[in-house]
Design a protein around this ligand. Structure first.
Ligand SMILES: Cc1cc2nc3c(=O)[nH]c(=O)nc-3n(C[C@H](O)[C@H](O)[C@H](O)COP(=O)(O)OP(=O)(O)OC[C@H]3O[C@@H](n4cnc5c(N)ncnc54)[C@H](O)[C@@H]3O)c2cc1C
Length: 457
C-alpha cells in the first residue's frame, strides 16, 4: 500500500516571464526554440534538465528521415540548415540513401552540442540547464507557465505559450492533457544504451560482408551495398547471434546492429535492450541503465569474437544516458495513424512532411519490423495541438500518433521538423493573441515555407 504525506503550499519565486517557453533541448526543442525566436519581438527560453543540448542527437545516432523514398529531401528548413552548418565543419555526412532506413546522415555528437549553443546564442534564446520541469501551472484550462526544480529549489517560469519537447510529454501530462502510452497492451518500445567501438578494421568488415553473404546474413540489403566506404547501418548477422547464443553468450537481440561513426575505424552499436521499462519511473529507468551496461559488456565480447574486423576493437564512448524510444504521447486534435503513413496522407493543415518507415523495435522479444510508405506523408498541425489544455503545443516523440505511427515520426529528422513548426506556431499565436488551436494555419504554413520547409505541391 503506497504511503503519502501532505506537502504544504508555499510561495516560490518567479525566475522569468517569456512569450514562448520550450521544455526540453533535444532535436525538437532546439528547432522549436530557434523557430520561435526568429519571429521578431518574441522572447524565448529553453529549459533542459541535462548539461548539454541535443537530447538524442548526442547519442552517436545518425539522423534518419531527411530523404523520402524517391530520394528527394523531405526535411528542409531549419533542420537542414543545422546539418549544412555541421557539414561545413566536417561534422556531418551527406544524406546517404539506404534501402532499409531510407536515408542516414551521420553527425558528430560533440559538434552538435557546440552548434546548438551557437544557434541559441545567435537567435537570442535564453537557455537554462540543470533544471527539471516538474509541474504545470494551469488556470481555467490554460497553461500559464511551469514549475522547475534545481539546486536553487522550486521556481516558476511564466509563459504565454509552452512547447513540450520533453519526449515523454511531461508538461502535457502534468497539465492534464489526455495521454496514451505504448501499444494496445500499454507496453512501449524498449530503450537502448548506445556505445561506440574504435579500432575496427572497417575494410576487413566491409569486404567480409560483401564477399561472404553465405556466412554474414544481412537484413533486406544486398551485402555488396556495404563494400563502399560510405556511411551505413549494418543490420543482420543473425547467424552469428545464433552461434554465439549456442556457445553461451547472453544476447538481448535477434540481430546485430551497428553503424558508421564519423571516424573511419568507429562504429556505434545499437544492441542493448530492456523490454517492459517505463522510463517515466526512476526505479525502472535505473534498472534499465544497469541492465544495459551489463549487456553492453557481453555485446563487446560477442562483436570481438564473431564479427570480422572487430577482433582488436575496443569500447570507446558510451552514450550519456540510456535512450528512450517511447513513453507517453499526447492525444491531440488529430491522432496520426499508421494508415495515414501507408496512404501517404495529405492534410490541409500540413506543417511538414515525413517519409521514414514505421520502425518498430518489438516491445516483447528481441526483434524489429520495418514497414515503408511508398513516398512520404503530411504531418497535420492538429497532431501537435493537445486536447483540453490551451497555451500548449507538443513536438518530437510525444506528439499525437498511434503506437505504430509514432514508430515512424519519432526519428530525429521529423522530430526537428515538428519542432520548427511548433516554435513558429507558438510565436505566431502569441503575436496574434490567439490560442495555438485557433491559429490561422495558412499563415503558419506561409511562415514555414518562407523558412524553406518542404511541402508537397
Ligand atoms: C536507442 C535509440 C536509437 C534511435 N535511433 C535513431 C536513429 O538512428 N536516428 C534517428 O533519427 N532517431 C533515432 N531514434 C529516435 C530519436 O532519437 C528520438 O525519437 C528523437 O530524439 C526524439 O526527439 P525529441 O526532441 O522529441 O526528444 P529527445 O531527443 O529525447 O530530447 C528531449 C530532451 O528533453 C529533455 N527533458 C526531458 N524531460 C525533461 C524535463 N522534465 N525537464 C527538462 N528537460 C527535460 C531531455 O533531457 C532531452 O534533452 C532512436 C532512439 C533511441 C532511444
Amino acid at each position: 500500500m503506497a504511503k503519502f504525506i501532505k506537502e504544504p503550499a508555499r510561495e516560490i519565486p518567479v525566475r522569468a516571464e517569456v512569450d514562448v517557453l520550450v521544455v526540453g533541448g533535444g532535436p525538437a526543442g532546439l528547432m522549436a526554440a530557434q523557430s520561435a525566436a526568429l519571429v521578431p519581438g518574441t522572447s524565448v527560453m529553453l529549459i533542459e534538465n541535462r548539461g548539454s543540448l541535443g537530447g538524442n542527437m548526442t547519442q552517436g545516432l545518425p539522423l534518419l528521415g531527411f530523404l523520402g523514398r524517391k530520394g528527394n529531401e523531405v526535411i528542409k528548413g531549419l533542420p537542414l540548415k543545422f546539418v549544412e552548418r555541421l557539414r561545413e565543419r566536417g561534422q556531418a555526412t551527406h544524406h546517404r540513401a539506404c534501402p532499409l532506413h531510407v536515408s542516414l546522415t551521420m553527425i558528430d555528437p560533440e559538434g552538435t552540442k557546440l552548434l546548438a549553443w551557437e544557434i541559441m546564442e545567435e537567435c537570442g534564446v535564453k537557455v537554462l540547464m540543470y533544471v527539471m520541469f516538474v509541474d504545470a501551472i494551469v488556470e481555467d484550462g490554460k497553461i500559464k507557465g511551469v514549475i522547475i526544480e534545481s539546486k536553487k529549489g522550486r521556481e516558476a517560469i511564466l509563459a504565454k505559450t509552452v512547447i513540450d519537447c520533453t519526449g515523454d510529454g511531461d508538461v502535457a501530462f502534468r497539465a492534464g492533457v489526455p495521454m496514451a502510452y505504448g501499444n494496445e497492451k500499454g507496453i512501449a518500445q524498449p530503450p537502448t544504451l548506445m556505445f561506440s567501438m574504435r579500432g575496427v578494421d572497417s575494410r576487413k568488415l566491409r569486404d567480409a560482408v560483401a564477399d561472404h553473404p553465405e556466412i554474414y546474413d544481412i537484413d533486406f540489403i544486398p551485402n555488396e551495398f556495404f563494400r563502399s566506404d560510405d556511411n551505413c547501418t549494418m543490420v543482420g548477422f543473425r547467424n552469428q547471434i545464433k552461434q554465439a547464443r549456442e556457445a553461451g553468450y547472453k544476447l538481448p537481440v535477434e540481430r546485430t546492429i551497428f553503424m558508421t561513426g564519423m571516424a573511419p575505424d568507429e562504429w556505434w552499436v545499437n544492441m542493448s535492450r530492456v523490454n517492459g521499462i517505463d522510463a517515466t519511473d526512476p526505479e525502472q529507468y535505473t534498472r534499465g541503465e544497469e541492465v544495459c551496461i551489463k549487456q553492453n559488456a557481453e555485446i563487446v565480447r560477442y562483436l570481438k569474437a564473431y564479427i570480422p574486423g572487430f577482433e582488436n576493437a575496443y569500447m570507446d564512448r558510451v552514450a550519456p544516458f540510456m535512450g528512450i524510444r517511447e513513453t507517453r504521447r499526447i492525444i491531440g486534435e488529430y491522432v496520426l495513424t499508421e494508415q495515414d503513413i501507408f496512404d501517404c496522407a495529405r492534410f490541409p493543415d500540413a506543417i511538414g512532411v515525413a517519409a521514414y518507415p514505421v520502425d518498430l523495435h518489438h516491445p516483447v522479444g528481441g526483434d524489429c519490423t520495418l514497414m515503408w510508405c511508398p513516398d512520404c506523408y503530411d504531418i497535420p498541425y492538429r497532431s501537435l495541438v493537445p486536447q483540453k489544455v490551451d497555451g500548449l503545443l507538443c513536438a518530437g516523440r510525444n506528439i499525437s500518433a498511434t503506437h505504430l505511427a509514432l514508430a515512424s515520426v519519432r526519428v530525429m529528422g521529423p522530430a526537428m521538423c515538428l519542432g520548427e513548426a511548433a516554435g513558429k506556431a507558438a510565436a505566431l499565436s502569441v503575436k496574434a493573441g490567439v490560442e495555438p488551436r485557433a491559429l490561422d494555419v495558412a499563415k503558419l504554413q506561409d511562415a514555414l515555407r518562407a523558412e524553406g520547409v518542404y511541402f508537397r505541391d
